[in-house]
Design a protein. Structure first.
Ligand code: ATP
Ligand code: MG
Length: 201
């Protein structure tokens, strides 16, 4: 039976940056994953109402630009296609169903930055999610290590991180600063074409 090791890397990616890229490539290498799926959240319910959100299709396009030349990294629009709130448990369930239908044995990793590790219990259906995935916790600058509820299987992705966040990029872009060190030129072109973050000044 063919066996696949797949990383689910969910995010708003508004915009995606080199911190995301490094986190995904490190997780892929350290965990021996066949593929890391950048799953673009359609409706990130935990961020609802906090700020304007760029259209999902544009965020998807930016992720594609960021990972274009990287083998084994893929953009996934499955949460956008599904619509409604973006729950990782639904994504994990769907991937398991697809693997079963294809006769594949699937091993799923949920890749999260250290800033999110302490929140896993607040996610939708944590018990079900914990049964489907191993959590891969990626170090993130300035984020302390937090103990997880014992229901979660987890591994650490270690090594250096890039001190970058989408929040940092949005305000830098709104101020017209050069952000080439933080993200891909293709992403910057899409931001400019859609005039995305003028509100973030
Ligand atoms: P925002 O500042 O808008 O919250 P973000 O940079 O945190 O954006 P998200 O789309 O919220 O990006 O994050 C998607 C995933 O990437 C999360 O698991 C987050 O913890 C992780 N992540 C984001 N930036 C980094 C980074 N620099 N290093 C490691 N992981 C990161
Ligand atoms: Mg974040």
């Amino acid at each position: 039976m063919p066996r696949a090791r797949v990383g689910i890397y969910g995010g708003t990616f508004d915009p995606p940056h080199r911190g995301h890229l490094l986190a995904a490539t490190k997780a892929k290498a350290q965990l021996g994953l066949d593929v890391v799926l950048f799953v673009v959240a359609a409706d990130p319910w935990q961020k609802r109402g906090t700020r304007p959100l760029s259209p999902a299709e544009v965020r998807m396009e930016m992720v594609e630009a960021l990972i274009a030349s990287h083998e084994g990294l893929e953009a996934s629009g499955m949460e956008i296609a599904r619509g409604g709130p973006s729950y990782s448990v639904d994504t994990a369930r769907r991937l398991c169903e697809e693997a079963r239908a294809a006769g594949e044995d699937l091993e799923l990793y949920l890749i999260v930055g250290a800033d999110l590790a302490g929140q896993l219990e607040t996610w939708h259906e944590p018990e079900e999610l914990a049964a489907l995935v191993t959590v891969a916790i990626v170090e993130r600058d300035g984020e302390p290590e937090v103990p997880l509820h014992p229901r979660w299987r987890s591994v650490k992705v270690t090594g250096g991180t890039i001190d970058a966040s989408s929040t940092m990029l949005r305000s830098a872009l709104a101020e017209g600063l050069a952000v080439d060190a933080l993200t891909d030129p293709g992403v910057i072109r899409i931001v400019e074409a859609h005039d995305l973050y003028h509100w973030a000044r």
